[in-house]
Design a protein around this ligand. Structure first.
Ligand code: BGC
Length: 377
């Protein structure tokens, strides 16, 4: 499968954003290990009090969020608390992640924040950490049958419901019985299961009553955007292009579907997404995408840093922070579950007003005039 020029360009834009945000050194290299050991108040004498924290990010391919948002937000949150943090990215490789965890523990980390690559490897990292007296927080993705002390994420079933309802709302403008294709996240990511649970709770009744037709339903291994492009191409092929709406589980997968539609010179159809990435917002402004789900990563990073500090100092987290429990199929994990928000052309300003994106992230080239029209400046 050849990559379309559009998806190449999209990757190039992603790379440029990465370089802008972190300096070229933090982007793309195989050992993407930017460590900051800030002591916040700059006094090193109290350094012995500082508890080291390690963060294990999953990859740079499945979403730009990890490097563009989670990394800087976590850096800031720990810096503000005067806690030294090292942030690693496993580049999608499970054994690399295992080695990074090992290295962080050897270097004195007392708490790890883990975004697992699958539950099996995540549980192994957690068991090893536990045996060394190190606490782990499941960051964004729950590790099934793991041993994390906490889970910090969003209400991920709700994320899926927002996607399902968003798609239905966009499709209702056209009327008729729409043919829907589902492009699901990675089968190894528990979140992908929860997102699907959410959107299928909205879509299945419509399929069952004949108000909509499911014409394709496939998971994308590792959330890989190139694989998504191939998969969606095949969906179009099999249905003779008769797809009226795409439930894509995140902005990257949505963009793959959009690229395939454009390559076939097909008209715009409702496509969903998630993460409110610069590219996703551009696609919304141009009408190629109908909605995305905004998850305030800053709140997620702040909550995780508070829990990490509580664990490292043996204190209880502040009252009200932990607001639920999530079953990991073996036990209930105390959880912080934040609220996601649907974004369409109508409320696209939210992500700028919240400081998540800057106009300069989005309003470049042909998007400048679209931004002005939407009141973004
Ligand atoms: C996260 C999403 C992200 C996806 C791919 C999920 O676990 O919740 O925000 O788009 O992984 O990285």
């Amino acid at each position: 499968m050849k990559h379309s020029p559009i998806s190449r360009r999209a990757l190039a834009i992603g790379g440029a954003l990465c370089a802008l945000a972190f300096g070229a050194a933090a982007c793309g290299s195989s050992n993407n290990n930017s460590s900051s050991s800030t002591s916040g108040g700059s006094s090193t004498t109290s350094g012995s009090k500082a508890q080291k924290v390690g963060v294990l990010l999953p990859d740079t391919q499945s979403s730009v969020r990890w490097e563009s948002f989670d990394r800087p937000d976590l850096q800031k949150a720990f810096a503000a608390a005067g806690v030294p943090v090292t942030i690693d990215n496993a580049q999608g490789d499970k054994s690399t992640q295992q080695q990074q965890a090992e290295q962080l523990i050897t270097n004195g980390a007392k708490v790890l924040l883990l975004v697992n690559l699958d539950s099996g490897s995540g549980a192994a990292i957690e068991a090893n950490a536990q045996s060394r007296g190190v606490k782990v927080i499941d960051y964004d993705r729950l590790t099934l049958k793991g041993s994390a002390a906490y889970y910090v994420s969003f209400d991920n079933v709700k994320v899926g419901q927002l996607q399902g309802q968003g798609l239905v709302d966009c499709l209702s403008k056209a009327g008729g019985t729409p043919n829907i294709a589902e492009l699901n996240g990675s089968p190894t990511d528990n979140n992908a299961t929860l997102f699907k649970q959410g959107y299928d709770s909205i879509l299945k009744p419509l399929y069952d009553s004949g108000k909509a037709k499911k014409v394709a339903d496939q998971s994308v291994p590792d959330w890989d955007n190139q694989k998504a492009l191939t998969i969606f191409e095949q969906m179009l092929q099999k249905t003779s292009n008769k797809i009226d709406g795409v439930l894509a589980a995140n902005d990257g997968l949505g963009n793959s579907a959009i690229s395939a539609l454009k390559a076939r010179k097909l008209k715009q159809i409702p496509v969903t997404g998630q993460d409110a990435t610069p590219q996703g917002i551009q696609n919304i402004l141009s009408g190629d995408q109908c909605m995305t789900v905004y998850k305030a990563v800053k709140k997620e990073a702040d909550a995780a840093s508070k829990l990490a500090i509580a664990l490292a100092t043996g204190k209880q987290p502040e009252a009200g922070l932990v607001n639920g429990k999530t079953n990991d199929t073996a036990r209930d994990v105390p959880s912080v579950l934040l609220v996601p928000q649907a974004i369409t052309k109508d409320n696209v300003k939210v992500v700028f007003d919240d400081g998540f994106l800057k106009p300069s992230d989005v309003c470049v080239g042909k998007y400048q005039s679209l931004c002005s029209k939407a009141g973004i400046s």
